[in-house]
Design a protein around this ligand. Structure first.
Ligand code: NAP
Length: 287
């Protein structure tokens, strides 16, 4: 693992560190010598992270932060401001997948998806940007997904939230260029984390027995079961890409992790829509 030289040590805020990519990123960055504010929304996650943080002797600071709770964002950023006087990177990682057919997912569930995956990112970013702009340096690192470039059936709310995150990040990149604040997209394909089990947990409906979407829901389930494990990477692969985004003098605008994340966006931009639909039908083994 690369160690950061004293001059390259960064102050990094990360959301959603209770598991998966967020936890792996906090661990990789703290081990590389950076000062990490590792945040989680649940009290029991905060307690677990505090045990993890002990060996880092003050360079891993654990805080409670729910990206849908402005007061918690305010409290954590104020703490960073008073303890460090600066913030170099924010890793907007917190997120989850709301599945279900577009027609059947309740509007409340749609709104919650966007509250976390988009407005949560906007809220955290808005709070750190005044510091970054006045420093004339900083990095906003948004954990997006390959599904920012394509949409999967029965995953409409999640895919829409990541498309929207991509659009917001593109606007932000140009807005922040005069202030030397970079905006980086992290685009993983399938990663072995709590994400997949939580997709099932958040599922309101995959089409009950009488639903017109029952067959599609079953087809998507067996597609995931067949394919996820074949291409999935470990969260450390994403954490290492985030480490590059933190440490590089000139970070890339996008880091794509796993083979599907690398080829799918090209496929989508080059193939006609109806051919893509046919490929999805074929992958799902639907006639
Ligand atoms: N795994 C994949 O295949 C994959 C692929 C592409 C992109 N991603 C993206 O990667 C990011 C991390 O997901 P993961 O795969 O590491 O899944 P994960 O293990 O389920 O981790 C998600 C994290 O987000 C947190 N979170 C959810 N809502 C939050 C909120 N309102 N405030 C603060 N934290 C919140 C979760 O906290 P709790 O423990 O409290 O729920 C958890 O710490 C997400 O943005 C996801 O969309 C994942």
């Amino acid at each position: 693992m690369t160690s950061a030289s004293p001059s390259s040590k960064k102050i990094v805020l990360i959301t959603g560190c209770s598991s998966g990519i967020g936890f792996a990123t906090a661990d990789v960055l703290a081990n590389a010598g950076h000062t990490v504010y590792a945040t989680a929304r649940r009290t029991e996650s905060v307690a677990q992270l505090e045990t993890w943080a002990q060996p880092f002797a003050g360079r891993a600071i654990v805080e409670q932060l729910d990206v849908t709770d402005i007061a918690s964002i305010e409290r954590v950023v104020e703490r960073i401001q008073s303890e460090q006087g600066r913030i170099d990177c924010v890793v907007n990682n917190a997120g989850y997948g709301q599945a279900g057919p577009v027609e059947e997912v309740s509007l409340d569930a749609w709104r919650k998806q966007f509250e976390t995956n988009l407005f949560g990112v906007a809220a955290v970013t808005q709070r750190v940007l005044p510091m970054m702009r006045s420093q004339r340096s900083g990095r906003v690192i948004n954990v997006s997904s390959v599904v920012a470039h394509l949409s999967l059936p029965m995953m409409g709310p999640y895919c829409a939230s990541k498309h929207a995150l991509d659009a917001m990040s593109l606007a932000l990149r140009v807005e922040l260029a005069p202030y030397h604040v970079d905006v980086v997209m992290i685009e993983p394909g399938p990663i072995e984390t709590e994400f997949r089990p939580n997709v099932d947990h958040n599922l309101e409906s995959k089409g009950d027995e009488n639903s017109p979407y029952k067959r599609l829901g079953d087809a998507m389930d067996s597609y995931w079961n067949r394919s996820f494990g074949k291409t999935a990477a470990k969260p450390i692969a994403v954490a290492r890409a985030i480490q590059k985004a933190v440490e590089s003098k000139r970070p890339k605008t996008r880091y794509r992790i796993t083979a599907p994340a690398k080829f799918a966006p090209h496929l989508v931009s080059h193939l006609p829509d109806r051919l893509l639909d046919r490929i999805i039908h074929w992958q799902l083994k639907l006639k």
